[in-house]
Design a protein around this ligand. Structure first.
Ligand code: AMP
Length: 183
């Protein structure tokens, strides 16, 4: 199954909690901890991702700091491929490649280890995170994968806040699969 049925999407959406005014007034934070601590819902989501990505013949999955690590490492283990963390600046211990991106006010930066893909030329990499909002983080992460000598074949986000139009930015670099769209 490549995409979920509407009833399955409703089921998963019902497991995600909205927290108003976090981390600042006006933001509705999509809290995935209520999905993760529900054994059946988490396993249902992971079954779906495993089915979708089994045929992609991936070499690695790269997850974005920090909730992308949860889905990314679980999926890597299911598919039998390596996992690569993309982290906020200053967290990775070895030599890194960095990419800055603009926030509403100021900049943020993500990094990847220079040898993250173990020298495998054009390694096929899936990028994964819990949520795409404006797309800045995902665009920077996809750029890092490509700069590190691999190929970002798709980005997978559990949630897409469609009204912030991240898809439009990201799809200039890589296709996006969002499990759940929120408009
Ligand atoms: P952006 O770069 O604007 O696409 O923001 C995406 C990153 O910020 C992801 O790593 C998300 O986990 C986090 N994020 C942004 N907005 C929200 C939100 N409303 N709820 C939960 N996480 C969010």
């Amino acid at each position: 199954m490549k995409e979920l049925k509407p009833t399955d999407r409703e089921y998963l959406l019902s497991k995600i909690r909205d927290v108003k005014d976090f981390p600042k007034p006006g933001i509705v934070f999509k809290d995935i901890t209520t999905l993760l601590n529900d054994r059946e819902a988490f396993s249902f989501l992971m079954d779906h991702l495993e089915q979708r990505y089994r045929e992609y013949d991936l070499d690695f999955i790269a997850g974005i700091d920090s909730r992308g690590f949860i889905f990314g490492s679980a999926l890597s283990d299911r598919l039998g491929v390596g996992f690569v963390p993309i982290r906020k600046a200053g967290k990775l211990p070895y030599t890194t490649i960095a990419e800055k991106y603009a926030l509403e006010y100021g900049f943020d930066e993500v990094e990847i280890h220079i040898d993250a893909f173990r020298g495998k030329e054009d390694a096929k990499v899936l990028l994964i995170d819990d949520l795409i909002a404006t797309g800045g983080t995902a665009v920077a992460a996809a750029n890092l994968i490509n700069k590190a000598g691999a190929k970002c074949v798709e980005a997978c986000m559990v949630l897409n806040l469609t009204f912030l139009e991240g898809r439009e930015k990201l799809e200039k670099i890589t296709p996006l699969y969002s499990v759940l769209d929120i408009s």
